[in-house]
Ligand binder design. Structure first.
Ligand code: PMP
Length: 363
C-alpha cells in the first residue's frame, strides 16, 4: 500500500473511500448515484444539512456563528473576505507570514486599502512577535493564515486584535486542533487537506459580519446571500459535500478534534526530532516555535540542501511507495504533509526511511 504525504489534495481515510465505493451506484436506496440526484431532493438535503451540522458539532460553534459552503477554493475567499468585509472601514490589516497570506493580501488590495502589518521579507521562516506588528485600530479586519502550507510555518497563538474582527485562513490545519471560535470573525478553509476532496470551502462567519458586503460583491461570494440560501444559492458540488460529510463523520468517530490534535503533535514531533538529531544532514529552516504540525519542510544534505541528494531522497521514497514528498516549488527541498488521515505508522515509515537514508549517506 502506498503512503500519501501530499500537501493537497491529500490523503483521505481509506474507510471513507470504501463507504463511498459501496454506495456509489445506489445512494440511500434511491437507485441513483449521489452524483445524479437533485440538490433540492430530500435525500440530498439530508446529507447536506448533516454535513453543515457536523462542522458545527466538531468545532462546537455557538449560534451566532454561521457555516456556509462556497466554491472557488480558498483562493476564491481571498477575494470573498475582502468583498464581504473591507467595506466596513475601507481598509484591512494583513499579517503576511508566507506565500498564501501574501496572495490573499494582493487580492484584497483590489477592493480596498491593505495595510501590511509586517515588513516584507524574502523568505518566510518565522512569525514575528506581536509587539512588532503595525496594527491599525481602524481596520475592517485583521487577516492571517494559521498554517502556511508551502513554507511550513504555523501560528502557535491566536493574534490579539483588540476588538477588530479577526479573519483566518485555516485551509491546511482546520479540524486538527481545538480553537476558541469567539476570538474570530471569519474562519475559512478549503477541504482538500484535512477534510475532503478539492471543490468546497467551509466558511464560518460571525453573524454580525454579514452586513458589510461591497455593492459589487458577486452573489456567489456573498456571505449573507449564501447563508440565506443554506449554501444552495446555486447547485453546490453535491458529491464533494457528500464525501466531506463522510470525512467529518470519520473525524467524530476517531475521537474528534482532540484526538486529531494529539496525533498531529506525535506525528510532527517524530519527524522534527529526526531532523534535529542530525542537524548537519537534515535541517528545517523554520524557527522552532513556528514549525508546522501539518507540513514539515526540511532540506537534505546540509542547511541549504543538496539538490542531487534531495532528488535521490525522493526517488528512494517513491520506490518505497511514499509519495508526494517534494517541497513546494517556491521553497524546494522536502515537505511531509501530516494531515488528519496520515497515521502514526505512516509517519514512522517515513522516519525509518530518513534513518536509513542518513546512514547510507553520512560522511
Ligand atoms: N490557503 C492555503 C493555506 C493553502 O494551502 C492553499 C492551497 N491549497 C490555498 C489557500 C489555496 O487553495 P485553493 O487552491 O483551494 O484555492
Amino acid at each position: 500500500m502506498v503512503i500519501n504525504f501530499g500537501a493537497g489534495p491529500a490523503k483521505l481515510p481509506r474507510e471513507v473511500f470504501v463507504e463511498v465505493q459501496k454506495e456509489l451506484l445506489n445512494y440511500a436506496n434511491t437507485g441513483l448515484s449521489v452524483m445524479e440526484i437533485s440538490h433540492r431532493s430530500k435525500d440530498y438535503m439530508t446529507l447536506h444539512d448533516a454535513t453543515l451540522q457536523s462542522v458545527r458539532d466538531i468545532l462546537n460553534l455557538p449560534d451566532n456563528y454561521k457555516v456556509i459552503l462556497l466554491q472557488g477554493g480558498a483562493t476564491g475567499m481571498f477575494a470573498g473576505v475582502a468583498l464581504n468585509l473591507i467595506g466596513r472601514t475601507g481598509t484591512a490589516d494583513y499579517i503576511v507570514t508566507g506565500g498564501w497570506s501574501s496572495k490573499a493580501a494582493k487580492e484584497a488590495a483590489k477592493y480596498g486599502k491593505v495595510n501590511l502589518v509586517l515588513p516584507k521579507v524574502s523568505k518566510y521562516t518565522t512569525i514575528p512577535g506581536q509587539s512588532t506588528w503595525n496594527l491599525d485600530p481602524n481596520a475592517s479586519y485583521v487577516y492571517y493564515c494559521d498554517n502556511e502550507t508551502a513554507d511550513g510555518t504555523e501560528f502557535p497563538f491566536i493574534p490579539e486584535t483588540n476588538g477588530v474582527p479577526l479573519v483566518v485562513d485555516m485551509s491546511s490545519n482546520i479540524f486538527s486542533r481545538p480553537f476558541d471560535i469567539t476570538k474570530f470573525g471569519v474562519v475559512y478553509a478549503g477541504a482538500q487537506k484535512n477534510f475532503g476532496p478539492a471543490g468546497i470551502t467551509v466558511v464560518i462567519v460571525r453573524e454580525d459580519l454579514m452586513n458589510h458586503a461591497l455593492p459589487i460583491t458577486p452573489a456567489i461570494l456573498n456571505f449573507k446571500e449564501n447563508f440565506a440560501a443554506n449554501s444552495e444559492y446555486n447547485t453546490p458540488p453535491t458529491f464533494i459535500i457528500y464525501v466531506v460529510g463522510k470525512v467529518l463523520e470519520w473525524i467524530k468517530r476517531s475521537g474528534g478534534i482532540k484526538a486529531m490534535y494529539e496525533n498531529s503533535i506525535k506525528k510532527s514531533k517524530m519527524v522534527y526530532d529526526r531532523i534535529e538529531k542530525s542537524a548537519e544532514f537534515y535541517s528545517c529552516p523554520i524557527d522552532k516555535p513556528y514549525q508546522s504540525r501539518m507540513n514539515v519542510v526540511f532540506r537534505v544534505g546540509g542547511k541549504t540542501g543538496d539538490e542531487a541528494l534531495e532528488a535521490e531522497f525522493l526517488k528512494g521514497a517513491q520506490a518505497l511507495k511514499m509519495l508526494q514528498l517534494k517541497g513546494h516549488r517556491s521553497v524546494g527541498g522536502i515537505r511531509a504533509s501530516l494531515y488528519n488521515a496520515v497515521t502514526l505508522e505512516d509517519t514512522e515509515t517515513l522516519v525509518n526511511y530518513m534513518d536509513e537514508f542518513l546512514a547510507k549517506h553520512k560522511k
